[in-house]
Design a protein around this ligand. Sequence first.
Ligand code: MG
Length: 460
Amino acid sequence: MNLLPRVLILMILGSVPLFAAKTPNFVVIFCDDLGYGDLGCYGHPTIQTPNLDRMAAQGVKFTQFYAAAPVCTPSRAALLTGRLPVRSGMCSDKKRVLFPDSAGGLPQKEITLAEELKTKGYATAAIGKWHLGHKPQYLPTNNGFDTYFGIPYSNDMDRIASATKYREACKNAKIEYFNVPLLRDAKVIERPADQTTITRRYTEEALRFIKTNKNNPFFVYLAHSMPHVPLFRDKPFVGVSKRGIYGDVIEEIDWSVGQVLKTLQDEGLAGNTLVWFTSDNGPWLIFETHGGSAGLLRDGKGSTWEGGMREPGIAWWPGKIKPHTNHSIASTMDIYTTCLTLAGAKVPKDRVVDGVDLTSVLLKGGKGPREAMFFYRGEQLYAVRKGPWKAHYITRAAYGRSQPEKHDPPVLYHLDHDPAEKHDLAKENPEVLVEIAKVVKEHKAKLVRGKNQLNTLIQK
Ligand code: MG
């Protein structure tokens, strides 16, 4: 038999693919301090989010999707490494996040999602808030990203102290109160960053990157600086929302999401691009109307109650995903493992990876593989969820001077029956506490804590 018929037979048998399957592109849209109750599709009565509502209707809308920490730096470290922040040293009992005078950052030995995707030929862009170290060695361009455009830490930092008091500066914000830099790769290109246009400019950067890389696989990490206080929005969004300035900001983010999805569709990329939308932690409630809403969940940013870590979580991939609402427990850390699996890249085997693969949940629905969720505040394990049950070993007010309160026995909630964590059922369910104690024991026995990265300051 000559070669041509043989090749044809092999193709028909499937041994030689007619076209190599294209690995999917990934876009991760990550908000800052967005609450569980802040989107139309998650029940907000006056904030209008038509694009996110459509994304949720066409995709998978998770109802029990968790950030891995209740504040920015550890949560972001976990998203990009698939690991609880306590393993990388990116959390602390003394400094809850990195500050402009912090010397540390994400350790080089951590393997970011971007670094692993690079091994599969992905073009990678980080756009927006970074907050994993702003010294040159810690910037996105040294962590697997080809390019970076954004404010490297929180938008309320580098405050000009003489201008006005912190709370006042956040609530009646002016650009010049916060001397935050805007970076292009490792270079400061604007200072203070004009935050009124920041959501729009992050969006334009993302669209440009998508269009430029449409012929090769790409990963865009679009981490909005908003709706973290101080709140800023571009002119077309001033006064548009019935919810006031906070609503304006969310509606601009919704516009941004719409632009990303539309561009993917216009460029013929939608069927081969998985887009995620979520946030790093819950709403910053101490900022009152300038903070968001956790909906029916208890408390917000900074706390290990549900409102601190349970987030809107939406995955969109038209033609591939089975559109539905999913009640599985899932986490930002699972984005890591799921994307690497879909890209045919390897999930690191030489370390504990906490992310689980959600591919089957996305494509077919059903129950996901995640059984437990650990709720750390800084370096301490405060609470553990197993199935519908969550036991709090320690509780503490999100902010302020209050001390941690230890519970023995722990307080116990059934989150399916009582998502607001109101009714302690510990007394009636001692066997559940025994089960959860086993999970805790196993977790602690294997835990290797990373060297703390948040406590060291830059020497002056
Ligand atoms: Mg945050």
